[in-house]
Design a protein. Structure first.
Length: 242
């Protein structure tokens, strides 16, 4: 199934290379991958970063209490947002998190969710893992801000917007070393090999102790990514090549 998915996606990108006059990539990593696998002129690819909504910011406990109570979430907790799939490496996050804390997983189950369920059973942490399913846009800023750590040791991201939203919320971030996330978050995350649950566990502990100055610097970094800039740069591409 994984090979079938890869082949299907590769076919779609090959079609893009044939019909597009210009391509916008959301990161340098995505641009490199596109050029590595497809015959396309490099000067016809523009990198334009995504942005972070202003609603992602630090919250005081009173602002987050209602959402946490509604979902039965106790502090402290490690938070993950994204597809509950093989690609997102959630099973290794389950194996790594400290069972003295809660692990909150927000996202829709997709390919490989059975592996995540198996990891939960094998680690005997059924009572410590909360599956929220889909979380709406109104809930996410509070969940990000209330978390002790945002765990995002995924295998690959083309951009990694949830990681940037965590930084904007001044929530310490653990991120994988592959794909675009290291490019996007820079030095403002504890980066880790996603295939090493022991290293992920150490990274979660390290991130949890991040000092206020580092959290503030991470937020300032995230705030340089704006949707206004993204829109302006996208419009300029259309003006030049449309």
């Amino acid at each position: 199934a994984r090979e079938k998915f890869r082949n299907r996606m590769a076919g779609r990108y090959a079609d893009l290379a044939q019909v597009c006059d210009h391509v916008i990539a959301v990161s340098q990593a995505t641009k490199r991958d596109f050029l590595e696998h497809l015959d396309f002129p490099e000067d016809k690819i523009e990198v334009i970063y995504e942005g972070v909504d202003a609603q992602y910011r630090p919250h005081n406990p009173d602002e987050t209490a209602g959402i946490l109570e509604e979902h039965g979430i106790d502090r402290p907790f490690v938070f993950f947002l994204g597809e509950l799939s093989v690609r997102k490496n959630v099973a290794n996050l389950v194996r790594a998190f400290a069972a003295s804390h809660l692990l909150v997983l927000a996202g829709a189950p997709t390919f490989g969710f059975d592996e995540i369920q198996q990891a939960i059973r094998e680690c005997d942490v059924e009572s410590k893992v909360k599956l929220l399913g889909y979380a709406n846009d109104a809930e996410l800023p509070a969940l990000h801000a209330a978390a002790s750590v945002f765990g995002f040791p995924t295998h690959y991201e083309g951009f990694g917007l949830p990681a940037l939203e965590a930084l904007a919320s001044e929530t310490p971030l653990v991120a994988g070393i592959h794909g675009a996330v290291p490019e996007i978050v820079g030095e403002h995350a504890v980066q880790v090999d996603p295939d090493d649950p022991v290293a992920i566990a150490r990274a979660l502990e390290t991130a949890r102790d991040m000092d206020p100055a580092a959290r503030s610097a991470a937020r300032a970094h995230a705030q340089t990514f704006t949707w206004d800039r993204c829109a302006e740069q996208t419009l300029e591409v259309y003006r030049r090549f449309g």
